[in-house]
Design a protein around this ligand. Structure first.
Ligand SMILES: [Zn+2]
Length: 465
């Protein structure tokens, strides 16, 4: 029996779930009236459900296994923080002042009336803050990376991170981006005599514990904070930049201090508003390369976060399906060694979760794909033109399943409901559709309330997923 179901994203895939257009605003106003606000904390829903993270271990239980749902969920949390951090930097008035970016509104006379003409260049000038922020983060990463001391587990020769080595969010962002370019990261580790960093497992559990809701930062323990301050600098890069009011020269001093070797600065600085001598230092070149990688990583983060899977009614099952699809993708890689296969977005999330732990990824890929999968978003431009179409064709031929399905809340909730009941003849499809739609509607209401800072709607539907 065909399902009488059509998701809103199918009608207009460009409309995200929470855009501000009139139609959506009306929908959200209607949603707000459908549910009573929770009267006690016990009535409030906890989204995502804490149980989804129960399976996290540091180190991972089986390093050569596929990534787990819990690890992928922390990955989504981390991507959300990266996107929020960029927003915070771009919209911060404090950073505007520190970077001497001032709106140059003009008083003009039009048809005999005096009026203020807004500065049309202001937004573009504000955008400069982000690349500069990334440069500082890259400099801090290079310094942290040199002092990071992984813990060796002699029984299986694995390396994990101590809680005291966990860096702040800006450094995590650079490290995470660098790990998504596996070939460059490997060369970087080898040429800098830090091959041990290739064996280090990404600290998903530590990161999860340090994330604070609605705060675009990670909360470091006292020891980790003290260690970072001693060797690198202030824990919050944002605060350290924001307090440099209107003195671009002080940025140059700050940045040079981050890339100083043996007390002597070997680097010169050149970025908007500052003058310096171009330099050929390896560290500086690395920073330029890192900035480019971070740009690619930010695009991936924004694309993924836009789906809001982390707060969707189908989070667990969406990730479970993505992991299965990643395993199938690896089987295709093994079967077609001559073809460059392009991972779909959900598959890429799992692949990149695994890329964060290079040794584990190599072990798992060798087992399932017969070789390493060195996917790098930065090299997408070099892919064959028909790469996506060919991957879809091969995948759909072998697995009789759409390679690029709609991944919106409605569709994911529907798939999850159908999987829950199995494909039996006696299923009441109308009830399944209704069930999925009820869940999506409730989750939307919760998300809208969260964004507005309103009390969350009381739990009235079964929110298991
Ligand atoms: Zn859809």
């Amino acid at each position: 029996m065909a399902l009488a179901f059509r998701c809103s994203s199918h009608d207009d895939r460009k409309k995200s779930l929470f855009t501000r257009d009139r139609e959506r605003r009306e929908e959200s106003e209607k949603l707000a009236t459908l549910y009573l606000p929770a009267r006690t904390p016990g009535e409030e829903p906890v989204i995502p459900k804490p149980e989804i993270f129960d399976a996290l271990h540091n180190p991972a239980e089986n390093p050569a296994a596929l990534p787990t749902i819990a690890e992928c969920a922390v990955h989504l949390q981390l991507l959300e923080k990266f996107v929020a951090l960029k927003q915070k930097v771009l919209t911060s008035n404090r950073l505007d002042r520190a970077f001497a970016i001032i709106p140059k509104d003009k008083l003009v006379t039009k048809r005999g009336k005096r009026e203020i003409q807004a500065d049309q260049t202001f937004k573009a000038r504000q955008a400069v803050k982000w690349p500069i922020f990334v440069w500082f983060a890259a400099a801090r990463f290079l310094r942290w990376w040199r002092i990071c001391s992984p813990i060796l587990h002699p029984q299986d020769n694995r390396l994990t991170m101590a809680e005291t080595s966990l860096p702040p969010l800006d450094v995590l962002m650079i490290w995470h981006a660098f790990l998504s370019s596996p070939t460059k990261y490997e060369i970087f580790c080898k040429t800098n005599w830090r091959e041990d960093m290739l064996k280090l497992e990404f600290p998903w559990l530590l990161i999860h514990r340090s994330l604070v809701n609605d705060d675009p930062s990670v909360k470091l323990g006292k020891e980790a904070g003290d260690l970072f301050t001693k060797h690198v600098g202030e824990v919050s890069l944002f605060e350290s930049l924001a307090c440099h009011n209107d003195h671009l020269e002080s940025f140059r001093v700050l940045l040079e201090s981050l890339v100083t070797t043996n007390g002597k600065s070997r680097l010169s600085v050149e970025f908007p508003g500052l003058r310096g001598t171009p330099c050929s230092d390896d560290g500086w070149q690395s920073m330029d390369m890192l900035s480019a990688i971070v740009e690619c990583n930010t695009i991936f983060a924004e694309k993924t976060v836009n789906f809001l899977w982390l707060r969707s009614p189908a989070l667990g099952r969406t990730l479970e399906r993505a992991i299965v699809r990643y395993e199938r993708f690896m089987a295709l890689v093994k079967k077609h060694p001559e073809t460059t296969l392009v991972p779909a977005l959900d598959i890429r999330l799992v692949l990149r979760t695994q890329q964060c732990s290079p040794a584990s990824q190599l072990a798992c890929c060798s087992k399932l794909a017969g070789r390493a999968i060195n996917w790098d978003d930065a090299l997408k431009g070099e892919l064959p033109k028909n790469g996506i179409a060919e991957t879809s064709r091969l995948y759909e031929m072998d697995f009789q399943e759409e390679y690029h399905p709609c991944l919106c809340w409605d569709c994911e909730a529907m798939k999850s409901e159908i999987e829950r009941y199995g494909l039996m003849d006696s299923i009441d499809y109308a009830a399944i559709v209704q069930n999925a739609q009820d869940k999506v509607m409730y989750y939307k209401a919760v998300e809208l309330a969260r964004r507005k800072g309103n009390p969350l709607p009381a739990r009235i539907v079964d929110i298991s997923n």
